[in-house]
Ligand binder design. Structure first.
Ligand code: SF4
Length: 279
């Protein structure tokens, strides 16, 4: 994993009590899923091979990012084939860079690549014409106590109605959006509770959040959007719990997740043989 934190956080603001000196929403959610898995991954640096579905998600994201940047720079939609070529190249790069990838049963690189390209095509046709991007892959750093929290926002979208005042277009309602490529459709509860969106709202001061969900159905990819809101209370609750989590990490407390957690099994946890599955 390239250490990009130094590009955004000055050396004297890095927190030596946290891996690589910075915290992130990804680290936070990883710790919440299982503290012990967090320890294996971030403290002991034992990485597990990515799943095929993850490679698909990463490469579709790469295409969407390129398309958003194109609209910001040229004020028009990019050519779909150009961006699908970006997805294809990104996929080849991921496969080359990861020595081992865990393909699901019935999956192979060719099929997953085709599905990534098709998924991007659905995003291009259904979502992109309505997107008015203000920023793509926008970095942010906020400080919780003295710990820097670094993140990147997929898309800040000026998604409100077009309003013209005295001949000038007024800014529409800004929305923080994140693209999710999933097997299962997101629910309203998912977006209402997801800490990642609360963090993005906190970092930008934008209350409106949106998930752009590409769902992999048997019949092919489908697209849907869900909207949510975050307020001051949500931000406070997140900051309090993130601070508590950072405190546990600094004390070296990495609790195992509950025994009935669905991910705590040989099938879903890459650390099973080193942890609850060890003999
Ligand atoms: S086996 Fe269970 S407790 Fe251990 S790291 Fe995996 S999920 Fe966590």
């Amino acid at each position: 994993v390239p250490d990009i934190s130094k590009k955004y956080v000055p050396d004297d603001r890095l927190d030596p009590g946290i891996p690589k000196g910075v915290f992130s929403g990804t680290q936070y959610e990883s710790f919440l899923r299982c503290g012990r898995a967090y320890e294996f991954s971030y403290i002991k640096n034992i990485k597990r091979p990515p799943a095929g579905a993850m490679i698909r998600g990463t490469t579709v994201h790469r295409g969407a990012e390129e398309a958003h940047r194109h609209i910001i720079a040229h004020k028009k939609l990019p050519d779909i084939q150009e961006i699908q070529a970006v997805v294809s190249d990104a996929f080849d790069k991921e496969v080359k860079e990861n020595e081992v990838i865990e393909w699901d049963e019935g999956e192979n690189p060719g099929r997953v690549k085709d599905s990534a390209i098709r998924s991007y095509g659905v995003y291009h046709r259904l979502a992109l014409p309505k997107v008015r991007p203000v920023a793509a892959e926008q970095p942010f750093v906020l400080y919780l106590d003295s710990t820097p929290v670094l993140g990147f926002i997929d898309l800040i979208d000026q998604a409100g109605e077009r309003i013209v005042i005295d001949g000038e277009e007024a800014p529409g309602t800004l929305v923080v959006a994140d693209l999710k490529v999933t097997q299962k459709s997101w629910s309203q509860t998912d977006i209402d509770r997801k800490p990642q969106f609360t963090l993005y709202s906190l970092a930008t001061g934008i209350p409106s959040v949106r998930v752009d969900n590409l769902v992999q159905l048997k019949a092919g990819p489908d697209f849907k959007q869900l909207h949510g809101q975050r307020g001051h209370q949500d931000h406070q609750v997140l900051m309090e719990h993130m601070s508590e989590t950072i405190g546990l990490i600094k004390k070296g407390v990495f609790p195992m997740t509950s025994i009935d957690n669905w991910m705590c099994s040989q099938t879903w946890c890459g650390y099973w043989s080193m942890c609850r599955g060890r003999r």
